[in-house]
Design a protein around this ligand. Sequence first.
Ligand SMILES: *C1O[C@H](CO)[C@@H](O)[C@H](O)[C@H]1NC(C)=O
Ligand SMILES: *[C@@H]1O[C@H](CO)[C@@H](O)[C@H](O)[C@H]1NC(C)=O
Ligand SMILES: *[C@@H]1O[C@H](CO)[C@@H](O)[C@H](O)[C@H]1NC(C)=O
Ligand SMILES: *[C@@H]1O[C@H](CO)[C@@H](O)[C@H](O)[C@H]1NC(C)=O
Ligand SMILES: *[C@@H]1O[C@H](CO)[C@@H](O)[C@H](O)[C@H]1NC(C)=O
Ligand SMILES: *[C@@H]1O[C@H](CO)[C@@H](O)[C@H](O)[C@H]1NC(C)=O
Ligand SMILES: *[C@@H]1O[C@H](CO)[C@@H](O)[C@H](O)[C@H]1NC(C)=O
Ligand SMILES: *[C@@H]1O[C@H](CO)[C@@H](O)[C@H](O)[C@H]1NC(C)=O
Length: 467
Amino acid sequence: MSFFFSTLTLAAAVSLANAAVVHYPPSSTSINNLTFVLNGSGAPGIFNSSDTSDDVYGVYNWCNMPHVRTREYKTPSNKFTLEYIEIIQRHHKRTPYASNTFFKEDIPWPCQKAGPVTYGKGPNGVAAQVTEVQWQAFTNEDNPWTNTVGPGFGSSCQFPQITPEGIEDSHTHGADIRSVYAHRLGLTNSVDSNKFKIRVTNNVITSQVAGGLLKGLFPQSQNVQALIQYSSYDSLEPTYSCPNGDSIRSAYTTGNSNWTNHLSAASNLYDKLDKVSGIQRDDTAGWHTSFDHYYDNLSAKQCHGKPLPCSVNDTSLCVTQDEADTVYRLGNWEYSYYFRDADNSSLYSALHYGAWILELKGHLEDKISGKSEVKYFHNVAHDGSVSPVLGFFQISEMHWPGMGSEIVFELYKNKSNKYFLRVLWGGQPMVTSTPLGILDMVPVENVFSYIDSMIGTGSQLYAACTS
Ligand SMILES: *C1O[C@H](CO)[C@@H](O)[C@H](O)[C@H]1NC(C)=O
Ligand SMILES: *[C@@H]1O[C@H](CO)[C@@H](O)[C@H](O)[C@H]1NC(C)=O
Ligand SMILES: *[C@@H]1O[C@H](CO)[C@@H](O)[C@H](O)[C@H]1NC(C)=O
Ligand SMILES: *[C@@H]1O[C@H](CO)[C@@H](O)[C@H](O)[C@H]1NC(C)=O
Ligand SMILES: *[C@@H]1O[C@H](CO)[C@@H](O)[C@H](O)[C@H]1NC(C)=O
Ligand SMILES: *[C@@H]1O[C@H](CO)[C@@H](O)[C@H](O)[C@H]1NC(C)=O
Ligand SMILES: *[C@@H]1O[C@H](CO)[C@@H](O)[C@H](O)[C@H]1NC(C)=O
Ligand SMILES: *[C@@H]1O[C@H](CO)[C@@H](O)[C@H](O)[C@H]1NC(C)=O
């Protein structure tokens, strides 16, 4: 443990039961440089297509983030054998959330014959008792609330819903993972539930992604069971209650000038966006407490090749590309602040996502002890899941995790039965600001000590969250 505590004099330590969380500040880059974010130019990556050309693959693409692929994969020395992988990813590209669609403009979202398949099935299978049922969103103007909130007329998607292009990206993602790991882990063409597990959240969009992903991963797969935790304490989304974590985060956002400064500095931009959208400056739906809603709505359109919105009352008053790019820089600044720049962001990540991290540690321990024969565990989740994992391991450059962002935990063994962990972000070893450095063949016990120093035991985490 002295490995971690020796640096205490360099960084602020916060006691959490027996654990001590040390915040190691991130690198200074254009992402967390507020002067550049407000007064610079350009988008911080690709925001208008799922395609990234091979020569630059690995750059930030909000629409379809880089993941492991054969072309870029670095095979470790043959002194190591791969024993187990665990992947956590964000879902693929989607429509905006209904709550982010109060902009009144009339860009339609077509999802004909591409709705979620949603039905119950008994143990006797589909043929015996049920038929497949697919949702088809529709509007009827006889319902007088149509067009008063949400996406309104002309859209046939649920909000949110993974779009047909997002399903394609999910399938490609699965096929790319297969190309890297099938022969390394001995994965067959269909799911062997003793060796492979897939987990989703209670938000149906993660199951929509799982369908495409699984077909790419296991081309012969059928009737796969996806693990799902109870919605009031799911560790993956996460939904478990941690009021102390929530207060720590509010203390560094709401009312804290380190946070609110960027909102006031962007006042002119807000004036323009509000003029186009018709949203009031004093709205209570969160349009002015962060850039999240504008970012989601603008980026979802651009990722699907749709134009930027114009006012429904004045078609010459439109959001410009420069304004959208500024919203994208601000959104990335916000995620860097939430999960890395704020002094208490590591403590927040440890509390808010500690339960999933403890499950991950348990999976690794069970593999090492021989208790489990699972070789691959795949989690389909959200930006709100991937972000605190990056915050927990204190990545050196924090971006807002885009569509399909992926973290792979690879567990290796050497010929003297020693275990090592390599963690891939965007397909490459993750660079952290912690004493663990680059997470590339780190002795697994050092990672366990780090986790212990951040969280302690499950009952310590529970107490730190709730008492
Ligand atoms: C967001 O997207 C939906 C769907 O196009 C649109 O109807 C809505 O009004 C848009 N505005 C935002 C950003 O709220
Ligand atoms: C951005 O530029 C404006 C005008 O050039 C200046 O007033 C403002 O202080 C700058 N903002 C930051 C954060 O540097
Ligand atoms: C932040 O960005 C501004 C404007 O691009 C630049 O002048 C300044 O050197 C940057 N600050 C740091 C710490 O990199
Ligand atoms: C996407 O945006 C880039 C700039 O970020 C631009 O060069 C490119 O032409 C755009 N592509 C499309 C299809 O609009
Ligand atoms: C603002 O951030 C600085 C640098 O991280 C920190 O020292 C200060 O305590 C923060 N202020 C507040 C009010 O949280
Ligand atoms: C358009 O005009 C109507 C009537 O004046 C107004 O109620 C509505 O808020 C305006 N919408 C926008 C987006 O400006
Ligand atoms: C971090 O959170 C702890 C626990 O709530 C609090 O005592 C401390 O003042 C916070 N630190 C900062 C820099 O806000
Ligand atoms: C396995 O790793 C351990 C710890 O780094 C090392 O001491 C040992 O020599 C390695 N064994 C082999 C066969 O490389």
